[in-house]
Design a protein around this ligand. Structure first.
Ligand SMILES: Cc1ncc(COP(=O)(O)O)c(C=O)c1O
Length: 391
């Protein structure tokens, strides 16, 4: 049927999400072993649910909150940033957002004009690429150094800077590679930002899921960077609160006022019920976070052991954080990761995400999530063992 609307160039450029496509295809497969989503499979801890219910019953959630979020929540966030991120913040520097995603989008909207460039060390979370495109910016993908554990290519980033570059945007721990960028590299990145008058936009969604001897470092903890960073955080992963849609960002006060101007047309404020749930999450026991981390360490180790047995098919960098990993496919057929993953789903009933979803630098890889049960990993790898043996 004909129609009179014309889609904007901004939206036209956005490619269909390979993650959603794999989810859709996976639904057609009975008893699928599902390693496609970066979504915690555990439920939200009970004390958080209870706090939300109690806020509803007390009549606290029917109206909007301040655009920047409930004062008590922002006060608690300030304490958390000091305690866990070594960031000295003030409540005027906090904006509560609809998940990290809305915060990141608002920050990008506030910081770039059409045609401006944002450097994305990549492979990276595909939504970041889309956030730049929807703001009519140009994502500039600079490959991570895979052989050294998907670390930042500091020289590559320097060389990618042009007069149009406005910011560098990264997630650490990383989706999809599981890398935790170390303090030394992040200090080098900070230096580049200061020398070139660039902003750094961070996505620290997986900040608490760090293993072995790795340490999560927040670049905003460097005092000289106080006017050059927007740091984005979320409750989604830390407290298994995907559906609550609640996160926050930190930046200097004047910039927060500008980002809030971008936040209002999309959200007015973050869902108030979720703000009360988030308050309970921060104020309550943190044992649940420890439990999730211990589980992901266990499932990471299990996934690595199982991948070791398939070492003629996959080569991987052991993830130091998040609950994701990004093996390279050694087979010729893996050069087209979309076809490879679709075939794996159809023939072996294992759902994964094609690496191309995370930028061209991700081609030839697939993303595996270990935020699932040990049984799910065993099921997926038992099937892959048979499938690849019979190839
Ligand atoms: C790196 C990263 N950032 C942000 C998100 C989503 O965060 P939120 O639910 O807080 O919007 C995800 C979800 O997969 C993610 O992997």
């Amino acid at each position: 049927m004909s129609h009179d609307w014309r889609v904007s160039n901004r939206v036209e450029q956005i490619q269909k999400s390979a993650i959603h496509e794999m989810t859709r295809l996976s639904k057609e497969v009975e008893d699928v072993a599902f390693l496609s989503w970066a979504k915690p499979t555990s439920g939200t801890p009970e004390h958080i649910n209870e706090a939300a219910i109690s806020a509803v019953k007390s009549g606290l959630v029917g109206g909007y909150s301040q655009n920047s979020g409930l004062l008590e929540l922002r006060e608690e966030i300030v304490r958390k940033l000091k305690r866990d991120n070594n960031i000295d913040a003030d409540i005027s520097q906090i904006l509560v957002t609809v998940g990290a995603i809305e915060g990141l989008s608002a920050a990008v909207m506030a910081l770039i004009d059409p045609g401006d460039e944002i450097i994305l060390p990549s492979p990276t979370y595909s939504t970041h690429i889309r956030q730049v495109i929807i703001a009519s910016g140009k994502p500039v993908l600079v490959p991570l150094i895979e052989e050294e554990g998907f670390i930042l290519d500091i020289d590559g980033i320097k060389n990618a800077i042009t007069p149009k570059t406005r910011a560098i945007m990264y997630c650490s721990p990383s989706n999809p590679t599981g890398t935790v960028f170390d303090e030394k590299q992040l200090r080098q990145l900070a230096k580049i930002a200061l020398e070139n008058k660039l902003m750094i936009i961070t996505d620290e969604a997986y900040e608490y899921f760090v293993f072995d001897n790795q340490k999560h470092f927040s670049i905003a903890s460097i005092p000289e960077m106080k006017n050059n960073v927007v740091s984005c955080y979320t409750f989604t992963k830390t407290y298994a609160m995907t559906g609550w849609r609640i996160g926050y960002l930190h930046a200097e006060e004047k910039l927060i006022l500008q980002i809030t101007k971008a936040h209002i047309p999309f959200a007015i404020c973050a869902p108030v019920i979720s703000q009360y749930a988030a308050l309970a999450a921060l104020k309550g026991s943190q044992d649940c976070v420890k439990k999730f981390r211990e589980h992901y360490l266990l499932t990471r180790n299990l996934m690595c052991e199982r991948l070791d047995r398939l070492n003629s098919i996959f080569e991987y960098q052991k993830p130091g954080g998040s609950y994701l990993m990004f093996p390279q496919i050694l087979l010729e057929a893996g050069k087209d990761s979309t076809t490879f993953c679709k075939q794996l789903l159809k023939e072996a009933k294992v759902s994964t995400t094609p690496g191309i979803a995370f930028g061209f630098t991700g081609e030839g890889h697939l993303r595996l999530s270990f935020c699932v049960s040990e049984e799910e990993i065993a099921k997926a790898f038992d099937r892959m063992d048979i499938y690849f043996k019979n190839l």
